[in-house]
Design a protein around this ligand. Structure first.
Ligand code: ZN
Ligand code: ZN
Length: 237
């Protein structure tokens, strides 16, 4: 049966659709153009840093203005195929991409998670959720929780009011627009109390959304918050 299915539906590259060896894989050319983050990175925001180090290092931005979460990481840089994958996931209902991305993210997030960690996606506003039909961050959170054998909750956090699309807005404006926009869903009561939380989102730009979500978790009594995104914006140096 498996063999028959393989003949009828051979595995395809997530990006270009070319034939590949295994499910949820990338062909050699697409793999080469996918900027996986490895090596030294800021322990808080995941931005790549030059050199090597055997202790936690922090970028200048995080030293100047530490984000509210404890540690953070990302699987990809948000450019080339890193950007392509995020956009395909966001706008294309691509559960196959979410499955692969969650495995990459779980590998990065593993050191940030303990046995009692609760995996929580950053919420979309309901209206946007209805338009897009699914929250891509919830799919990622589910996959990460499965890979790391952790509990997860798709709707622990919610957005109060509709926030405008923030692409192209300045850093200050993003933070102002988003503060107080996210909180624990009251029906989730003491879910996070004294528990470590791993927040999951598709892409980190300024960190404003993740900051608002972190504040909401801490206000709900979370013991400690770490963040993991599929991609993060990396400025050219
Ligand atoms: Zn390909
Ligand atoms: Zn940083």
């Amino acid at each position: 049966m498996q063999t028959l299915l393989r003949m009828l539906y051979p595995p395809r590259c997530l990006i270009c659709g070319g034939l590949v060896e295994s499910d949820f894989g990338l062909c050699a050319a697409c793999w080469r153009d996918t900027p996986f983050l490895s090596g030294l990175a800021c322990a808080t925001c995941g931005v790549p840093l030059p050199g090597v180090s055997d202790r936690a290092e922090h970028c200048d931005a995080c030293l100047a203005t530490p984000p509210p979460w404890r540690e953070g990481t990302a699987a990809l840089a948000y450019r080339d195929n890193g950007r392509t994958l995020v956009l395909m996931l966001k706008h294309g209902d691509r559960h196959d991409i979410a499955a692969a991305a969650a495995v990459w993210m779980a590998a990065r997030a593993k050191p940030l998670a303990g046995p009692g960690t609760l995996v929580v996606p950053v919420p979309l506003h309901l209206r946007r959720h209805l338009r897009r039909r699914f929250n891509q961050s919830a799919l990622l959170a589910q996959g990460i929780a499965q890979a790391l054998d952790l509990d997860w909750c798709p709707d622990a956090l919610r957005r109060h009011r509709h926030t405008p699309v923030l692409d192209g807005r300045g850093r200050e404006e993003r933070f102002r627009t988003l503060s107080d926009a996210i909180s624990l869903d009251p029906k989730r009561g003491g879910l996070m109390r004294d528990r470590p939380v791993l927040l999951v989102d598709d892409v980190m730009t300024s960190g404003a959304t993740l900051s608002a979500a972190t504040e909401a978790c801490l206000a709900a009594g979370a013991g400690d918050v770490c963040v993991c995104t599929l991609a993060r914006v990396v400025k050219d140096t």
